[in-house]
Ligand binder design. Sequence first.
Ligand code: FMN
Length: 347
Amino acid sequence: MTSTLFSPFELNSTLTLQNRILMAPLTRCMADENLVPTEQMAQYYARRADTGLIISEATIIRPDGQGYPNTPGLFNQAQVDGWKKVTTAVHNAGGKIFAQLWHVGRVAHPHFFGEGEVLSASNIGIEGTVPRMRDLYFQTPKAASVDEIAQLTADYAQAAKNAIEAGFDGVEIHGANGYLIDQFLHYASNDRRDQYGGTPENMSRFALEVVDAVVAAIGSDRVALRLSPGAYFLMEGSNDDRAVFDYLLRALNSRDLAFVHIGIFDDSMTFDYLDGRASDYVRANYTGVLVGVGGYTAETGTQAIEENRFDLVAVGRPMIANPDYINRIRNGEPLKEYEESMLKELV
Ligand SMILES: Cc1cc2nc3c(=O)[nH]c(=O)nc-3n(C[C@H](O)[C@H](O)[C@H](O)COP(=O)(O)O)c2cc1C
């Protein structure tokens, strides 16, 4: 029944995946105090090397992109060397792995990086406390200047080069889930009046500049992008957002990326302004390879691929609970149920 999932998939002339199941990016907060990946992380990823492609946990491109404790980085040599151990272990076990490049924007907190400003598209903050850190309240961000935006773009490109040096097969730019790039793409977080705001073209500009800089650095075959047209996390949606994503997806159609990946926790969610599910909206407007995610089982993922709703399926929480997820699915064995308490340990 799930044989569709186990057919190899040619992403492009550079990359062929051994099956259609991706390990979704999963933040685990287990890097060391210098944000260097550990040996334990190498073993954790290597155990899952039989997935078609692993997307690493979100990995910060520079210090002020950090909003969670012990999230790994890709901005200095020690971090590159730490990741080399991870990518070598995954490759030795027959797998492929992309690095997810991350800057959290207004979700950042100086608690993690010392002095310095919290940057976003605009000076619009969010309510509440920093995830996984009680008593640490979100700060009102500063709207990044045009020069600061250019530096951020350059830093994404440098992190992509560092990822290749660290042995990754490619990168997924994290443009989803309410973080920095997403903050430019929604009206609730972007009220700029310059070339980065006010119109769909302007609001898409930063995302496209990052994509183009990363593609120029490492080649489009090795670049993917995660997007959340449906605002659902750290973000309010607006009816006007749709025109931004209409514009962005049209512009991405000519970029030849490895894939676009939906950023969502539950793909049965619908959005009025997208006339339904985020994945169906992107499928209708984007012509390249699409990765679906969010509450899929092997059966429902197979069905969605066979119905041509997307091409590949990413699996998150079940991968945490089942390091041997692929074998269990292949053999029709029952899965262990995911529980939040499993986040305390890297199994
Ligand atoms: C503990 C945890 C950490 C996550 N970390 C990330 C992350 O670093 N980057 C990201 O884009 N999504 C992250 N997500 C979202 C997942 O990639 C995925 O979209 C979500 O879990 C839905 O898929 P699932 O139903 O198969 O778990 C995380 C989800 C969980 C549960």
